[in-house]
Design a protein around this ligand. Sequence first.
Ligand SMILES: [Zn+2]
Length: 100
Amino acid sequence: MTLEPMRGALDLPCVGRIGLLLPVVRDADPPHVREGQARRRLTLLTSECPCGARIAPPNRPARRAMKRDLARGGGLWEVRVQHEPDCPAGDPRLDEVTSA
Ligand SMILES: [Zn+2]
């Protein structure tokens, strides 16, 4: 996976050996995109969205894959959050913003 297409839309702060790929809230984006990105960012940092959605813990196969990746020096793991239907962070159009 290359991160180059996501330049400007994602942020990569690191804590020790762990990096978090976070959405960026850009002033130029429309209000609904800014709100959605802010909520996604908050969810990744706190594990909970203002809509009440939480990051689900990884299942057993995912935990095994994470251990395997860590033994090899690292990996990129995606988390899924099921936002409420009216939550701006759940808008699938935001996925296009971060991958454009
Ligand atoms: Zn939400």
